[in-house]
Design a protein around this ligand. Structure first.
Ligand code: NAD
Length: 502
């Protein structure tokens, strides 16, 4: 570990457990064993506020992936996991949830150190969300069933359906909510009896490797969960075509997701794609402007804007546009920019130098395109990949900063004249992940909800996520759902059984 990172951890007094974990050589978790990559290669994991190296992560190879898929396959085909009594599987998943909860501080610290995010939000959102997701799906293990059917066909039959786990599930995970997104993929898969191979994002593998230790401690059989760290272009790409993987669940950007989906379909894998977003926010003229401004700022700047369903396009009724911008700017100016381990941090550094450069280049594009910069607009002097929360006014829907996902703390805004104009601007996007409405006029709100092309609609709120509610996009934001009972159907095959009766 670089000295700057050591000093950073000392300054904020991270837990002894976190120090111990970071001092260990990191290994992949395959078939219940801890392994280096087959060719002994590593890559560095970098702490985003100091730019110092935290530790080295094994750069998994295609052979390592084969090994992991073989372990998952052997457990699925001949092992005990899918044959456990449902209540036993449920009990083990609850035990895992309890262990995650018991180690929440350490996991939140790892998330903050590895990804750069606020440790407080990592604890309250990422890790709590992970615990909740495992608890919610643990309960489903004992509540899965098919149905019996009375056929109209001549003859006498017993006809029924069986729900069967799909098999080996490959999960490719992004870096913005590393553990929570992994939980969104794993918890349901494990509950229905699937086995899994997970590839965390190369920028943020640490919490997933610590999670693997908890999987072992919980007594979940070897081969049920396998973690292969490594590059997307190597391990991820090989997962998409791997014949031993029955279902691929991918969360990440739309361009990568498109290629992954195409490759997966070649072998007719089942696929879920949770992709990018550029979610619109409508502020109607009756909204409580101060409350809406706070919520809109939180909805776009949370996690420094590195949130798939961030409300990045705000369309505001012309009659309140200027007053809303004043409130928004005043509130945004109060958000503390600080390293992730600072307990009061709201705007943390972005995950990497590449991401910072990408966001800064979009801000430059916005200026060139003629959008009016009304707040922020700069990267901070290093070290640290900080970008100020940035607000553009009077944007047009043909600007790149309005059409493309920036994935950083950048909000574009524009006025609208009436509801049809607001809807036309909101729906004019290739993405359809989420949308938000700020208004207290229930009639207008209910009229708008069915007309918004989005997988989630938030009213007077943003990114309210719960494991009981499905999450997933329309249009180029992907297909399939994570969370909610809806996810279970994407992880099970339905078998139709016909028995001729005498
Ligand atoms: P990314 O697409 O670059 O990477 C996502 C994952 O795919 C990583 O694990 C990466 O290693 C892997 N990958 C990269 N190249 C690959 C390839 N050729 N084949 C297979 N896998 C490959 O995305 P990111 O930068 O990690 O995450 C940010 C993106 O994720 C944003 O677009 C964001 O909107 C999206 N996201 C979507 C959701 C959702 O639920 N819809 C949630 C979180 C993030």
């Amino acid at each position: 570990m670089d000295t700057v990172v050591q000093q950073y951890l000392e300054r904020y007094g991270v837990s002894e457990a976190t120090r111990r974990f970071l001092a260990k050589p990191q290994k992949m978790f395959i078939g219940g064993r801890w392994l280096e990559s087959g060719d002994g290669q590593f890559f560095d994991s970098v702490e985003p506020s100091t730019e110092g190296v935290i530790t080295r992560i094994p750069a998994g190879t295609v052979d390592d992936l084969d090994h992991a898929v073989a372990a998952a396959r052997a457990q699925f085909d001949g092992g005990q996991w899918r044959r456990l009594k449902p209540l036993e599987r449920e009990r083990l998943l609850h035990r895992l949830a309890d262990l995650i909860e018991a180690n929440a501080i350490e996991l939140a610290e790892l998330e903050a150190i590895d990804m750069g995010k606020s440790v407080a939000s990592a604890r309250d959102v990422d890790i709590q969300g992970t615990v909740d997701t495992f608890r919610y799906f643990a309960g489903w293990a004992s509540k899965l069933h098919g149905r019996t059917v009375e056929p109209s066909l001549p003859g006498n039959y017993l006809a029924y359906t069986r729900k069967e786990p799909i098999g080996v599930v490959g999960a490719i995970v992004p870096w913005n909510f590393p553990l929570q997104t992994m939980a969104w993929k794993l918890a349901a898969a494990l509950a229905v009896g699937c086995t899994t191979v997970v590839k965390p994002a190369e920028l943020t593998s640490l919490s997933t490797l610590r999670f693997a230790e908890l999987v072992q401690e919980a007594g979940i059989p070897d081969g049920v969960v396998n973690i292969v760290t490594g590059r997307g272009s190597v391990v991820g790409a090989a997962m998409a075509t791997h014949p031993g993987i029955d279902k691929l669940t991918f969360t990440g950007s739309t361009p990568v997701g498109r290629n992954v989906g195409r490759a997966a379909l070649d072998s007719i894998k089942r696929v879920t794609l949770e992709l990018g977003g550029k979610s619109p926010v409508l502020v109607l003229d009756d909204a409580d402007l101060a409350a809406a401004a706070r919520a809109v700022a939180n909805g776009v700047f949370f996690n420094s804007g590195q949130v798939c369903d961030a409300g990045t396009r705000a369309y505001v009724h012309r009659s309140v546009y200027d007053a809303f911008l004043d409130e928004l700017i005043a509130y945004t100016a109060t958000l503390k920019i600080a390293p992730g381990l600072d307990p009061d941090c709201f705007i943390s550094p972005l995950v990497s130098a590449l991401q910072k450069d990408r966001v800064v280049s979009y801000i430059d594009t916005g200026r060139r395109e003629g959008a009016e910069l009304v707040h922020g607009g700069h990267a901070l002097q290093g070290p640290g990949y900080y970008v100020e929360p940035t607000i553009f006014a009077h944007c047009r829907n043909d600007m790149n900063i309005v059409r493309e996902e920036i994935f950083g703390p950048v909000l574009v805004t524009a006025p609208f004249d009436d509801i049809d104009d607001a809807l036309a601007q909101a729906n004019d996007s290739p993405f359809g992940l989420a949308a938000a409405i700020y208004s207290n006029d229930l009639g207008r709100v209910h009229g708008l909800i069915p007309r918004l092309h989005a997988g989630s609609v938030y009213v007077n709120a943003h990114s309210t996520i719960d494991p009981a509610m499905p999450f997933g996009g329309f249009k180029e934001s992907g297909f399939g759902k994570d969370l909610g009972p809806e996810q279970l159907d994407h992880l099970m095959e339905t078998k139709a059984v016909w028995i001729t009766l005498p």
